[in-house]
Design a protein around this ligand. Structure first.
Ligand code: AGP
Length: 612
């Protein structure tokens, strides 16, 4: 879960690399480093700390090279330190490598290289790569222009695990080699220059034309040429893709933090997600074509994802089951992939991933495919790894999400999932059309209803100020209010470091109420008119025991006697989490700000979890 950037062209590489790293810091930020070729020598500057620390290190302003690689790290093997930072050099200092991923057999490779006389300076898995390339380079008796390329090919064949790598070498000073397997890597093409990065937003301000690398591809770049090879070094042509996101969408755009910007972008994101899908008589979703016969054959739907994306699945489960009358199981990808789930051709597996690069989600998708199920990916990133594995891929179109804590991705995932559920329902004809019609009109109102909630955030901020020093909090809800409470609790943990638990309110009496004592903070959500009396009883139970309760409820629900109440506009209970999550996101955000924490880059977390 690191970020890598590269540049080859006619401009000074360092400012481009630093700029790219700053945009990739959400992928990891415990150390950073850079390598360029200066007068026939590789110069490496690196240390632990953030990219801004790197930008101020001695000598960095003297780098003039026009070929360079750079890295921002999220430690997996070896603690953050100068030695463990990337780029890593081989023993002869002729090859520099940055790596994102995990080399699972690095012990074995290290032993092999140590026996051959190689020494290691770091405790990382990555340091074996430059040394192995060096080993194969030396073994090759043919001294032609492809010698380094062959050494890289042989090295890649030995590596088990995942990697996106960039290689600089004095053996080929005007070239760069990159390769990938199970870790993302893109190449942006300019005029007589190329940009390389872990993801598109990092280099979107330089170009809109990209090559999205696939697994086991090796690429050799020079200033004006890009050559693509498979893992046998057979050359092939790769199509270029033009991306529409404007560079402005990856800037803070006047907001203090990306998270706040992204919370405020939700009305627009949802408008983009809905697009024209509900405009005509029947729902149409580009990229999705399921026949009525196929849908009728299904006996189960799995929705599989991690973290926030999994929470989006939990909200949508009710819509699928109610409207399609097909049982839906929502599972955590890291559990699903190892529990031998019951899957056959009558199972549809839906995978949700903002990044499209989450290792467990991709593995869970491959598993379902191997068992004969159809797979549908819902992601925000066009061309991401998951879309290349899935039978069908549809997009949330929420625009780049930079803050580690997911906000607009969640609401747009819920919206898209609900629309998919309605699309299935229309085909299956198992529900009254008027119910679907009403829900369509409720979905279309969501963006302006969110705008309304975003206009009055004072009360949320005030409550956050009151409780930001707490150590524990509880979230309660029933039905879809419970599903969204799980997400509210996760947001709070991620960015405020306050421990919190979310419970189905009816479960309180079965244990957790023992934890409620004077002064404990509870966030209770009740938007379902059918369950309101039960929810109020649960709230009374905690108030009686001295809890401070922050209630999120709908404007049509009575809330006599409760002091801290946020009202959200009335909507269908199936989609109310799209509204009720907004105060929860803001609550977590303001608490984090009160505590003076880094909202966008919370400790220990990375945006895209590309390792298991
Ligand atoms: C969200 O706030 C989290 N940072 C995290 O749970 C995230 O949703 C999860 O890692 C899944 O990521 P994905 O959607 O990119 O697959």
């Amino acid at each position: 879960m690191c970020g890598i950037v590269g540049y080859i062209g006619y401009k000074k590489a360092t400012p481009i690399l630093i700029n790219g790293l700053l945009r990739l810091e959400y992928r990891g930020y415990d150390s950073a480093g850079i390598a360029t070729i200066e007068n026939n020598e590789i110069v490496v500057i690196k240390n632990k700390g953030r990219v801004n620390t790197l930008a101020n290190l001695d000598g960095i302003d003297k780098l003039e090279g026009t070929v360079g690689i750079a890295h921002t790290r999220w430690a997996t093997h070896g603690k953050p330190s100068k030695e463990n930072s990337h780029p890593h050099l081989d023993n002869s200092k002729s090859i520099a490598v940055v790596h994102n991923g995990i080399i699972e057999n690095y012990h074995e490779l290290k032993k092999f290289l140590t026996e051959k006389g190689y020494k290691f300076l770091s405790t990382t898995d990555s340091e074996v790569i430059p040394n192995l390339i060096h080993y194969y380079f030396n073994q090759d008796s043919k001294n032609d222009e492809n010698r380094l390329l062959r050494a890289v090919k042989n090295t890649c064949k030995d590596l088990k695990g995942s990697y996106a790598i960039e290689i600089l070498s004095i053996y080929n000073k005007d070239k760069m080699i990159v390769a990938r397997k199970d870790s993302p890597l893109v190449i942006g093409r300019g005029l007589k220059e190329s940009y390389i990065a872990s993801d598109i937003p990092a280099i979107l301000s330089y170009t809109k034309d990209f090559y999205l690398l696939d697994d086991n591809e090796i690429v050799e770049l020079s200033k004006d040429k890009i050559k693509f090879y498979n893992n046998e070094l057979e050359e092939f042509e790769k199509p270029i893709k033009s991306i529409e996101w404007g560079a402005i969408s990856v800037e803070k755009d006047g907001y203090e933090d990306f998270m706040l910007k992204e919370i405020n972008e939700q009305p627009r994101a949802i408008r983009e997600t809905v697009g024209a899908k509900l405009d005509n008589g029947k729902i149409e979703i580009e990229g999705l074509e399921f026949s009525k016969e196929y849908l009728e054959s299904l006996n189960k739907i799995y929705i599989v994802a991690c973290g926030t994306a999994m929470h989006a699945g939990l909200v949508a489960k009710s819509t699928f089951e109610k409207f399609c009358k097909i049982p839906v199981e929502v599972d955590i990808a890291s559990e699903f992939r190892y529990r031998d789930p019951l899957i056959d051709e009558k199972t549809l597996c839906i995978y949700i991933s903002q990044s499209g690069e989450t290792a467990d989600t991709i593995a869970a998708l491959k598993l379902a495919k191997s068992k004969g199920a159809k797979t549908l990916a819902i992601t925000n990133v066009i061309g991401s790894s998951i879309t290349r594995e899935a039978d069908y891929s549809i997009y949330t179109h929420a625009g780049p999400e930079i803050a580690v804590a997911s906000t607009k991705a969640y609401t747009s995932q819920v919206v898209l999932l609900i629309i998919v559920g309605m699309y299935f329902a229309e085909k299956l004809e198992r529900i009254d059309v008027s119910i679907l019609k009403n829900l369509k009109s409720d979905i279309l109102k969501l963006p302006s209803q969110i705008e309304e909630i975003l206009k009055s955030t004072n009360q949320i901020q005030e409550f956050a100020r009151k409780v930001y020093k707490e150590k524990d909090m509880f979230f309660l809800g029933r039905g879809t209010d419970y599903a969204v409470s799980l997400e509210g609790s996760l947001k709070l943990k991620e960015i405020s470091y306050i421990h919190s638990e979310s419970y189905a309110a009816g479960e309180l009496k079965h244990g957790p109420i023992a934890l409620i004592e004077n002064g404990v903070t509870v966030v209770a959500t009740m938007t379902n008119p059918d369950l309101v009396e039960k929810s109020i009883s649960n709230i009374q139970e905690v108030v009686t025991r001295g809890a401070k309760v922050f209630v999120i409820t709908s404007e049509d629900i009575k809330n006599d006697g409760l002091s801290w109440v946020i009202k959200i506009p009335k909507t269908n209970t199936l989609i109310s989490p799209i509204l009720s999550v907004i105060p929860m996101q803001l609550f977590a955000y303001y608490i984090s700000k009160e505590k003076g924490l880094d909202v966008d880059k919370p400790r220990n977390l990375a945006k895209s979890v590309t390792v298991e």
